[in-house]
Ligand binder design. Structure first.
Ligand SMILES: [Zn+2]
Length: 220
């Protein structure tokens, strides 16, 4: 009841709008169908074609363009957390279309400590955590980023590989022997970051590592 009053009050003060075109929508976090259709593209990435050695499979929800690109960039670089409910709405509506079976642990691609301090949060955790909790899956921050890498988008494909090599280690005291891990990240570009994480998880005993990214600019 209190929740209902709170939401009615919130909707009166801030009428819900699409995060992209700002047209009025039915509830907080919602996208209008036109803007949603421009970015929504649930599909499986071809890990073989990307020459990924450790990541067993990977699914993505959206194209990294127009509204989705704007939202992710604003959350990452301008602390615009007001957009986070729009990601949650999208995951709640479309997330069940990604099909994963027997996930033991969910973990996010980690940020380096210094970036986590300056940004204040890991955006992938902000995006996925409530949805994962809702599903009843176990979330554990298994990995640590020991190398303070240059942002991948500033680099060529070769440089990306070199930049990210040996950037991650397992956090102590986690047993992931024979576990299937779902690794979440905001953007899939070449997959080298996820693959590097998968390498560490596999060498710590993981049976399978599956990727899930919110958006991609990859063609295949
Ligand atoms: Zn719209």
């Amino acid at each position: 009841m209190i929740k209902l009053i709170y939401h009615t009050f919130l909707n009166m003060l801030f009428p819900p709008k699409c995060p992209v075109c700002r047209c009025y929508v039915g509830q907080q976090g919602e996208w209008c169908m036109r803007c949603l259709e421009q970015v929504l593209s649930i599909r499986t990435i071809n890990v073989g074609q990307h020459h990924l050695k450790y990541l067993d499979e990977c699914q993505v929800l959206c194209q990294y363009r127009s509204g989705m690109k704007k939202i992710i960039q604003h959350i990452k670089f301008y602390q615009a957390l007001k957009y986070v409910p729009h990601i949650h709405w999208l995951l709640n509506r479309e997330g069940d279309l990604v099909s994963f079976k027997c996930i033991d642990i969910v973990s996010a691609v980690p940020l380096h400590e210094s970036r986590l301090k300056s940004r204040g949060y890991n955006q992938s955790e902000k995006f996925f955590y409530p949805w994962i909790k809702e599903k009843g899956w176990l979330w554990q921050n298994l990995l640590m980023r020991k190398k303070d890498t240059v942002p991948q988008y500033e680099l060529s494909s070769k440089e990306r590989q070199k930049n990210i090599k040996n950037a991650f280690v397992m956090r102590p005291n986690y047993n992931i022997q024979d576990c299937t891990i779902l690794l979440v990240d905001d953007i899939f570009t070449t997959g080298v970051t996820m693959d590097e994480c998968a390498k560490v998880l596999k060498s710590a005993g993981a049976k399978k590592v599956i990727g899930l990214a919110l958006a991609t600019d990859a063609e295949y």
